[in-house]
Design a protein around this ligand. Structure first.
Ligand code: NAD
Length: 432
């Protein structure tokens, strides 16, 4: 490994940069930084720059009003070099192939940072799931599973929940996949309900992993965690779970936003009470004792820890300079653009990157898969202990690379991840 990057690999930026935010371009540029740093073999660079496979499917269902409608879905496998592809499925009106390609590649790097025996994948259906009934979502999920059935499997590609999908979605997929098997194959998806062989601890897993990383980040910076002011952008699975954990650790949550708006209170927001409201009303908006705030307002707040936990590209070149937090803990995938990264680096903000920070979800997914394959199940304590060990080991491995090469934490995580996948390709004798 070299100490200075030789710029060998560079995607054509200028004209692309003027376009709307492109997640796959962001992912490619992040990968290229590590590729340059590692002086990657040109064949390995080409092999890892592009996904291995991209599948687009068209799904027809009859809606509850009797109208037949077609939806488009994707499943992208970025890499299966180190094991079956692994990655979530998201339902979103804004889903796109570019987004899936980016998210699939981030899964490859995330699994490599955690040293899990998986590659990376991601899937999506373009739909507004909040406007659909449970019956429509069930039919759509089953159609999607039938369409991608040959692509997925316990030793091929193992989906999991992501934005606007959940344990119920995974149960439907497991059922549709298993039809014809004669019995349920639980290891085809993770994030299932516990009574269908999901893992204990999966629901809070991403938040728990984020919390372990935050604890270690505070140790690294030699600052206490208790008493810190926290702002959370997005209050779904990830945002609410990390919110509860930081609250219990004595931090003060001073703002939360979601897709409908946001709230702030200098006195602090109780995430347990807020969650009750979200269950009832679907949103954090109008939580008693708070004032309204938007995403940019939240990002600019005087806080210690900023947790983007919604979607890609929320911290960008136009708002990164307003960040006052000492730590940005990336709960979402790809929440910080490369240009924002440069600004945060100048401001000496410690960015705990997505491919490390939010890896608690895939780590417990790995444990769920292991349990399902052996049909033998761990206690919640065992799952927590194993996750903690893996997350903290990965954190300090990334810090070691960061300190050795004087790079940002994101660059260090990519150098570690890309290096591991490249080594696997070489050891397999695949490099041409
Ligand atoms: P979710 O669907 O449970 O919640 C998403 C939240 O983001 C909701 O509160 C929604 O209102 C909010 N949101 C959406 N658009 C927004 C916007 N423009 N501004 C503010 N808030 C907005 O999804 P999730 O599972 O919590 O995933 C959130 C992020 O974390 C995604 O980037 C996902 O890829 C990533 N992630 C999820 C997991 C997991 O285990 N669920 C694991 C790793 C990473």
């Amino acid at each position: 490994m070299k100490n200075e990057a030789k710029i060998r690999y560079i995607s054509p930026l200028p004209e692309l940069r003027e376009k709307e935010y492109d997640p796959f371009l962001e992912a490619t540029l992040q990968f290229e930084r590590a590729a340059n740093f590692l002086d990657l073999d040109p064949w390995i660079y080409q092999r890892l720059k592009h996904p291995e496979r991209e599948l687009t499917v068209h799904l027809a269902i009859t809606l509850d009003n009797g109208v037949a409608e077609t939806f488009t879905g994707f499943r992208v496998q970025h890499s299966r070099v180190r094991g079956p592809a692994k990655g979530g499925i998201r339902y979103s009106p804004k889903a796109s192939l570019s987004e899936c390609k980016a998210l699939a590649s981030w899964m490859t790097w995330k699994c490599a940072v955690l040293d899990l025996p998986f590659g990376g994948a991601k899937g999506a259906i373009i739909c507004d799931s909040l406007k659909m009934s449970e019956n429509e979502l069930r039919k759509l999920t089953k159609e999607y599973t039938f369409a991608i059935r040959d692509f997925i499997g316990p030793y091929k590609d193992i989906p999991a929940p992501d934005m606007f999908t959940n344990a119920q979605t995974m149960a439907w997929i497991a059922d549709a996949y298993s039809q014809g098997n004669g019995c349920l194959e639980p290891a085809v998806v993770t994030g299932k309900p516990v009574n269908l062989w999901g893992s204990l601890g999966r629901a809070m897993a991403t938040g728990t992993g984020l919390f372990f990383v935050l604890e270690e980040a505070c140790k690294h910076l030699k600052i206490p965690l208790s008493g810190k002011k926290v702002a959370i952008l997005g209050f779904g699975n990830v945002g609410s779970s990390i919110g509860k954990l930081v609250h219990q650790a004595g931090c003060r949550i001073i703002a939360v936003t979601d897709m409908f708006g946001g709230i702030r209170s200098d006195k602090g927001i109780d995430p347990f009470e807020l969650e009750k409201q979200v269950v009832q009303t679907g949103s954090v908006v109008n939580f008693p004792g708070t004032e309204p705030i938007d995403n940019d307002g939240l990002i600019a707040l005087d806080c210690d820890v900023l947790i983007p936990a919604a979607m890609e590209g929320q911290i960008h070149r136009d708002n990164a300079d307003t960040v006052k937090a000492r730590i940005v803990l990336e709960g979402a995938n790809g929440p910080t653009t490369l240009e924002a990264d440069e600004i945060l680096k100048e401001k000496k903000v410690l960015v705990a990157p997505d491919i490390l920070a939010n890896a608690g979800g895939v780590t417990v997914s790995y444990l769920e898969w292991v349990q399902d394959l052996q049909r033998y199940f761990f206690s919640e304590e065992e799952v927590r202990e194993k996750t903690e060990k893996k997350m903290k080991k990965a954190f300090w491995e990334v810090v070691a690379v960061m300190e050795k090469h004087n790079v940002t934490m994101r660059e260090a995580a990519y150098i570690l991840a890309v290096g591991r996948v490249a080594e696997s390709l070489t050891a397999l004798g695949r490099a041409a």
